[in-house]
Write a protein that binds this ligand. Structure first.
Ligand code: ATP
Ligand code: MG
Length: 675
């Protein structure tokens, strides 16, 4: 593949041009696990041609109680030939908690730091080694057993980002209990819905948490959720409450006699040894609900062995992980990113990581870079929403800090607009750190389309190429596979190890949502373009792609163009009915921090002109709607379906808004209509 080796400094034009710039790995290839495009190509080819051999060899690095039978993989994706079924490492027995902890300690790595914990407020921190974590995990696992949790039991975890959260996940996994982590920011209603879906008898929580300046009474939320659950006939026998003294006084916390137990009173009394349950490869590991960007969240189920191998292998290669690295992923364990790339992937690799409880803009927008310098972070993994938020405060918060240890930068969650990519690359990474733009889903369990930092030439805004074992295809409207350069629906042709196995209690919905749309394929729900070099560009969800006079325009492309304007901090674009064009483009625009709403009328003209210049007149926005805030899920993704309703004046039909981070943005948006 040709590479012009463009340096960012040469660039001063629009996104269009920037998107076509290419960034070869350069020094990142030195000593990398995969250090050339040719090596990647060979490994990818092997992984597709002979998955048994490829994954079987990788799996040898883990500890198994019993080995698998060949073939390593058995699956049916085609509803026409029978039920959809996915199995990996059939017949094998392992334990992921053992592989995350005991294995490293047995190899003499017990004193390695597992977590540098950084609290919400400055100067609150602690260090946890692998040995210390194993002790905690065993004590908690023993406690869970003492209150009746067994192999196959469901346990709901509603906790802040303290070391006890990943420890709780590993304790469940140790004894074969199925965890369901619910982001500790969800309302009592959302928590109740998730408890009713998985029906645990034990809930793990904390007294409270401070997120930025705001204290959140977690225990109070759990209490009201349990009331709702009880009204539906389900009861909870034990609530284990971590006394988070930094966020609340113990004496202020209401307790239900006989049900509620203080973590610090009960857990440390337990023995620090707890033998693992050897789990069948296909026994469930966890349930997790999707973000709810497109509707009611789906309860995705993952199993043991395939997930373990997938999460671990992607972490290792995508971050080119080395023992000397300090890794920091800003995602909460309540999301799949926190499962695969805080708890499991890094720990399976014996990584040392930063676990951050707070928000990157508190007490000010320099906090993230403070943390990078304090712990000498080398690998940073975050989301476009966080990048754009930090960018909107200006460069000085970043440049005040050294950041010299940073080696690789990652992003996940949404398509990253080229302007944010450029800022991440040039300002944050000073042009020296490759950006791994990782496309994947709760359902896929692990990275699917992503660069490898030592091998892949980057193009800003493209997630680039499939990971090992991933066979993507692009389908036309009619469901035909397209070759070469094309645009359409992204599907996956064959099973990969960390693929979800079903939706909680609803295999039919699983088949309908993912396998009936285009029989024979896993349907991702995302639209994408493949360029002449075979690179994948995610352009938005299928429902969001806009059809203007017969031209398909991706929301991500128009948003990327709008953010090229220096005063535009963030944009969200949706289709709206148009009498002539079929669909028109309706754009919501958030301005840089410090701008007053509504801004001078001229700005709308400038924004429209920017889009026309970057993409072309076909993408001219019909409406610009000022958005001091955008409706986002609690994981920071824009909920375009709400924006579609507002655009078409159907705000009385917003649908499920339980996963909305700040419901008040809807009112503010309505007040800006026509401004
Ligand atoms: P729901 O399925 O409930 O609507 P969701 O799709 O937001 O919620 P997740 O599983 O958290 O739930 O997110 C996966 C989706 O996020 C992908 O399908 C894709 O739309 C988007 N996404 C994730 N990473 C990227 C990326 N690097 N580039 C583009 N899009 C991404
Ligand atoms: Mg989804």
């Amino acid at each position: 593949m040709a590479s012009n080796g463009a340096t960012p400094a040469q660039h001063d034009g629009h996104a269009d041009e920037y998107k076509n710039h290419q960034f070869p790995p350069g020094p990142a290839a030195e000593g990398a696990l995969v250090s050339s495009r040719q090596q990647y190509d060979e490994m990818h080819r092997e992984s597709i041609a002979d998955p048994d051999k490829f994954w079987g060899k990788i799996a040898e690095d883990f500890v198994w109680n019993k080995l698998w039978q060949n073939p390593v993989r058995r699956f049916n994706f085609d509803v026409r030939t029978g039920p959809v079924k996915i199995e990996w490492f059939v017949g094998a027995e392992t334990n992921i908690s053992y592989n995350c902890l005991d294995r490293h300690i047995e190899a003499g790595q017990g004193d390695r730091v597992a977590f540098y914990w950084e609290g919400n407020d400055l100067n609150e921190d602690c260090t946890v080694t692998y040995s210390q974590l194993l002790d905690q995990v065993c004590q908690l696992a023993n406690y869970l057993k003492s209150v009746g949790v067994k192999r196959g039991s469901d346990v709901t975890i509603y906790m802040p980002m303290i070391p006890e959260l990943p420890a709780a996940m590993l304790a469940c996994a140790r004894i074969g209990a199925v965890h369901s982590v619910v982001f500790a920011g969800f309302s009592a209603d959302s928590l109740a819905g998730r408890i009713l879906d998985s029906r645990p008898s034990v809930v793990l929580t904390a007294s409270a948490v401070k997120r930025g300046a705001k204290p959140i009474n977690l225990k109070g939320i759990v209490d009201s959720a349990i009331k709702k659950v009880e009204a539906q006939g389900h009861s909870i026998s034990t609530v284990l409450v971590y006394d988070h003294a930094l966020a609340a006084k113990r004496t202020d916390v209401a307790f239900v006699e006989g049900r509620d137990v203080w973590w610090q009173d009960a857990v440390p009394r337990q023995p620090t040894e707890c033998p693992v349950e050897w789990m069948g490869a296909e026994e469930p590991l966890f349930k997790l609900y999707t973000s709810g960007s497109t509707g009611k969240p789906k309860g995705v189920e993952h199993t043991t062995a395939g997930y373990m191998v997938g999460a671990s292998t992607t972490f290792k290669y995508v971050f080119d992980h080395r023992q000397s690295d300090i890794y920091w992923c800003t995602a909460d364990c309540g999301w799949i990113t926190g499962h695969s790339y805080v708890t499991y992937g890094p720990m399976l690799n014996g990584a040392t990581q930063v676990l951050f409880e707070g928000v990157p803009t508190y007490p000010d927008a320099g906090r993230a870079w403070d943390i990078v310098d304090k712990y000498k972070v080398t690998l940073l993994y975050t989301a476009p929403t966080a990048i754009r938020a930090l960018q909107s405060f200006g460069d000085k918060f970043v440049t005040q800090h050294s950041r010299k240890t940073l080696r690789i930068l990652g992003t996940v969650g949404e398509p990253i607009n080229p302007e944010a990519w450029k800022w991440y690359h040039e300002v944050v990474g000073e042009g020296r750190c490759p950006i791994v733009d990782t496309w994947w889903q709760t359902e896929t369990g692990a990275h699917m389309i992503t660069p490898l930092p030592g091998a892949t030439t980057l193009k800003p805004g493209s997630a680039t190429l499939p990971f090992f074992g991933v066979e993507p295809a692009v389908l036309s409207e009619k469901g035909e596979e397209m070759e070469g350069e094309c645009e359409g629906y992204l599907v996956i042709k064959t099973a990969w190890p960390s693929c979800m196995r079903t939706l909680s209690g609803d295999h039919e919905r699983f088949e309908t949502t993912y396998f009936k749309v285009y029989p024979g394929y896993y349907f991702t729900g995302d639209g994408c373009r493949r360029d002449a070099d075979g690179y994948y560009w995610l352009i938005g969800r299928v429902d969001d792609v806009i059809n203007v006079s017969g031209h398909r325009i991706g929301t991500a492309e128009v948003e990327g163009a709008l953010t090229q304007h220096p005063q535009c901090a963030e944009a969200a674009v949706v289709p709206v009915e148009h009498p002539i064009k079929g669909q028109g483009i309706y754009a919501y625009v958030t301005l840089m921090v410090g701008t007053e709403y509504p801004p001078p009328a001229q700005l709308k003209k400038e924004l429209v002109a920017t889009v026309r210049e970057v993409i072309g007149p076909i993408a001219t926005p019909d409406v610009i709607h000022w958005a001091p805030g955008l409706p986002k899920t609690r994981s920071g993704k824009i909920m375009r379906r709400i924006l579609r309703k507002i655009a078409s004046k159907e705000e009385d039909q917003l649908g499920d808004t339980s996963t909305l981070a700040d419901p008040s943005v809807v009112q503010t948006l309505l007040s800006m209509r026509g401004q």
